[in-house]
Design a protein around this ligand. Structure first.
Ligand code: C5P
Length: 308
């Protein structure tokens, strides 16, 4: 028997970053947006928890217990008192690795759903969300999908209304960026600018009302104008060449451009599917990225797509 779960990548249409907390995290106003570009995780009965991976980036995906999919399987088993879990998880990887699109988090969420179905556990969504938050700040969103405001470190979610489909292009860079390193660089840049970086210096961020209205209205021009990522200066500081990628997409007609999450993937908002295809083709020809994918959203979160 096997269970396949499809899970979306995310882009942050707003990533407001507050000060550094005592626990090493930052308070966020994080507007997550789930896109159709996604991974598939297939769970089959096995001995112990084992992983395999396919796709263009398979060689750089860790197949040990540092992979969130393996940690998710073990966490779900432990929660149900299963001492000796048996599952093989195959990850069909399309989400860029260490790209700022929460690909590892997506696989963790998918593994929770896949193992829950394979083992016939029927775990309530609220419990899955708690386990997801233990795994990482972005994992709960991959369970729910759509568009949501994430507060706290990003794990406290509130679904947001969206009035239409938006068309995106993602430009994948060579190599990844470490999320902790990008947050550290954000703190360093704030310190250097003399504005302070602790949570007593930096105001707790809030969602931008203009951005929320643009989403609710399905207004792509307004959304493009409201895109904002407080981690972008840090990602550009660590990877200055990303400025060329952002410029290439904008010159090709994208309405809006920003670094996705902690980067280095760059995200472009296009007027419609045809414009997205044209921006993707121009980015591929520009030589400023390794690959470019046109996609759309919002789409639902991790869900069973096939059983064998
Ligand atoms: O929660 P997750 O394990 O995905 O976070 C990875 C790292 O990103 C954290 O260890 C921290 O350095 C940084 N982070 C942060 N503030 C957040 C989320 C993540 O500083 N809200």
């Amino acid at each position: 028997m096997s269970v396949t779960v499809r899970v979306p990548a995310k882009v942050n249409v707003q990533l407001g970053v507050g000060g550094l907390r005592a626990d090493g995290f930052h308070d966020l106003a994080n507007v997550f947006f789930a896109v159709a570009l996604g991974d598939e995780v297939t769970a089959t009965a096995g001995t112990g928890v084992t992983l395999s991976c396919s796709g263009p980036d398979a060689a750089v995906v860790p197949l040990d217990d540092s992979n969130l999919a393996a940690r998710a399987a073990r966490l779900l088993a432990a929660h149900h008192g299963i001492a000796d879990p048996g599952v093989h998880l195959h990850i069909a990887k399309a989400i860029p690795v260490a790209g700022g699109m929460a690909g590892g988090s997506a696989d963790g969420a998918a593994a929770l759903v896949a193992c829950d179905a394979l083992w016939g556990l029927g775990t309530p969504l609220d419990t899955l969300l708690e386990l997801a938050a233990e795994l990482g700040s972005d994992v709960p969103f991959a369970l729910v999908g759509g568009v949501a405001l994430g507060r706290g470190r990003g794990e406290i979610l509130e679904a947001l209304p969206v009035g239409g489909t938006f068309h995106w292009v993602f430009a994948v860079a060579d190599g990844g960026l470490s999320t902790p390193a990008v947050f550290r660089e954000c703190d360093r840049l704030r310190d250097e600018a003399g504005t302070g970086f602790g949570d007593t210096d930096v105001a707790t961020p809030d969602a931008d009302p203009a951005l929320l209205a643009a989403l609710a209205d399905g207004d792509v021009v307004a959304l493009a104008g409201a895109l904002a990522n407080d981690l972008q200066p840090a990602a550009l500081s660590l990877r200055p060449a990303l400025a060329d990628t952002l410029r290439a997409g904008t010159e090709a007609g994208a309405l809006g451009a920003l670094v996705s999450g902690s980067g280095p993937t760059c995200a472009f908002l296009a007027k419609d599917a045809d414009a997205a295809a044209a921006v993707a083709a121009a980015l591929r020809a520009s030589g400023t990225c390794r690959a470019a994918h046109a996609t759309y959203g919002p789409v639902p979160g991790a869900a069973v797509s096939a059983r064998g």
